[in-house]
Design a protein around this ligand. Structure first.
Ligand code: FES
Length: 124
């Protein structure tokens, strides 16, 4: 894969984020005012869908689930945040937002809390 058109720049207003699909790969485009980022669709902490839990303010992305946050200009981890954000290279091409998607970025998560309430009551 290579540079792929993701959306129109106007699809993601300033200080918002939105999920898109590119060749079967989900990603989120963030507009933090002075730039754009493209990232995987889930929080690297506990897989929360950032489309729902992510908030952008002052060039910072915060996952509201447990308040991990990242500076979207430098990609520095802020506060108690322990893991970096994965990013796809992104650029504007006229009115379009393009992302370089050569592979899907997937975080590894611990399986300790794998058992959901549904699993607990599941019978074989
Ligand atoms: S799931 Fe995002 S901060 Fe915990």
């Amino acid at each position: 894969m290579s540079w792929k058109r993701v959306c129109k720049a106007t699809d993601v207003p300033e200080n918002t984020l939105k999920k898109f699909w590119v060749d079967g790969i989900a990603l989120i485009v963030l507009n933090y005012g002075s730039g754009l980022r493209a990232i995987p669709p889930v929080c690297p902490h506990m897989e929360e869908p950032l489309e729902e839990s992510g908030v952008i303010a002052n060039c910072t992305l915060t996952c509201t689930k447990h308040l991990w946050s990242w500076d979207l200009r430098s990609l520095d981890k802020l506060g108690e945040t322990e893991r970096p954000l994965g990013t796809y290279e992104v650029k504007r091409d006229g009115d379009d937002v393009m992302a370089f998607v050569d592979r899907e970025i997937v975080y590894e998560f611990d399986n300790e809390d794998d058992m959901s309430d549904d699993d607990f009551f599941k019978k074989d």
